[in-house]
Design a binder for this molecule. Structure first.
Ligand SMILES: Nc1ncnc2c1ncn2[C@@H]1O[C@H](COP(=O)(O)OP(=O)(O)OP(=O)(O)O)[C@@H](O)[C@H]1O
Length: 234
């Protein structure tokens, strides 16, 4: 199973009285492509940050790919994320002053799994990056441009390459909202689905825009999943 959440609760430090998430159970299978929607303030980013290991649940457990993710130390969660999870953030989060290649090498460095042959060489990583760029219709000459010299459309593709460079089993993506018009957004989703769509990688795509659900095999309403109102009422 890609994600197995059980009795998860979360509230922010300093606002403990206000429960943000209370999710009794949520499962995502390997290879499942899930559209997770909910209005602004419903807790989407909070849940993504928990799945990425940036935030820790107040109680309950989050298992990812069979590992007791939420019980790991912050350092182990960082390692696990770098190796097994591809994250595409809303603003793409490329390091602006680094080249495209260095942005990708950075992700590859933190996420490289130790294989019997040792870590992958930067030449291997570059070859994989070039193959992914070609799949996304980008010329490999782009690898040597600074990230801040890219168009938004190029940034979104590079963010996908960076998220997939370590061949993660789980990809999580925050809707690229304001930066993209609706055509570019549809294209982004289609590219992402094409890149993850080999049946083995799970994808969680988060958005407030329900109309995007048609791209995905499964849709989940965070407000249904999240039982925090019942917790308050109790
Ligand atoms: N750092 C924080 N400290 C305290 N409360 C927070 C913090 N971040 C978010 N919240 C609160 O947690 C709730 C959920 O916020 P979250 O950002 O997860 O929602 P969202 O669904 O991602 O919203 P949006 O679509 O607007 O990004 C909101 O009530 C918000 O005010």
């Amino acid at each position: 199973m890609a994600i197995d959440i059980s009795n998860l609760t979360f509230s922010y430090t300093g606002s403990e009285a206000q429960s943000v998430l209370s999710i009794p159970a949520w499962h995502v299978e390997e290879g499942e492509h899930v559209f997770l929607y909910g209005p602004s303030g419903s807790g989407k980013s909070t849940l993504l940050n928990i799945l990425a290991g940036i935030l820790k649940p107040l109680s309950g457990t989050v298992e990812l790919l069979g590992s007791p993710f939420s019980a790991l130390s912050a350092r182990k969660r960082d390692e696990f994320r770098a190796r097994h999870i591809g994250v595409v953030f809303q603003q793409f989060n490329l390091v602006p002053y680094l080249s495209v290649l260095d942005n990708i090498l950075l992700a590859a460095h933190f996420g490289s799994r130790k294989t019997p042959e040792g870590r992958r060489s930067s030449a291997d990583v570059q070859a994989r990056a070039e193959a992914l760029l070609a799949r996304l219709s980008l010329d490999k000459s782009l690898l040597h441009q600074r990230a801040d010299a890219l168009s938004v459309g190029q940034q979104q593709r590079v963010a996908i390459v960076r998220a997939l460079i370590n061949d993660p089993e789980l990809v999580i993506a925050d809707e690229p909202t304001s930066a993209l018009d609706s055509d570019a957004r549809d294209q982004f989703i289609d590219l992402l689905l094409e890149c993850v769509g080999d049946g083995k990688r799970a994808l969680i795509f988060v958005s407030h825009d329900r109309s995007l659900a048609s791209h995905f095999s499964t849709s989940v309403d965070l407000q249904t999943l999240n039982q925090k109102a019942h917790v308050h009422a109790a």
